[in-house]
Design a protein around this ligand. Sequence first.
Ligand SMILES: [Zn+2]
Length: 226
Amino acid sequence: MTDPIELLRRQVSDLHQELVRYQLVVWTAGNVSARIPGQDLMVIKPSGVAYDELTPENMILCDLDGNVVEGEHSPSSDTAAHAYVYRHMPEVGGVVHTHSTYACAWAARGEAVPCVLTAMADEFGAEIPIGPFALIGDDSIGRGIVDTLGGHRSPAVLMKSHGVFTIGKDAKSAVKAAVMCEDVARTVHISRQLGEPLPIAQSDIDSLNFRYQNVYGQQPVKETHA
Ligand SMILES: [Zn+2]
């Protein structure tokens, strides 16, 4: 199986199980997509299909305007946002959206998660920023993601009063960012219960992030666009 579209259908289908495994989603509210490298195409979850019914075959192939190229179901209702990100961030190969609980609790207050843990400095290199309030149905969610993450180190944005969007060099990196986003949102929330988390000096954040993105795990390529 060497067809890149077939490989990504399987990968995107399988990665949805990670959203379930890490308890980032309930019902059908969360989705993963992947860009087909070198083509103006993406693979994304079908709308309204239960996670345990997802298969490589029922993933939807869309163009980067969100039009269905191949698939029996409608694509995810968040397809326009994913497509907008691919059109405007050529380095992005994967996008994830969730309504994970602790991250949404920050989004509901419109408050960025401050960078107060070394694991956050590693993965996000900064606070996890808040994006604008945007209604589904046009380009406004996609534009809010791109405007917030363009030039930001964080691969995750908390869209105000809504939820999490993450980006990565591929779909797996974007899923990892979604898992880590929920993990740090939970830990910093719990820390807040008994006081104010201590800030980490910007120079320390910079050096932790540089080491993690460039040395740790022998990753020569940074996972995000920044
Ligand atoms: Zn949503």
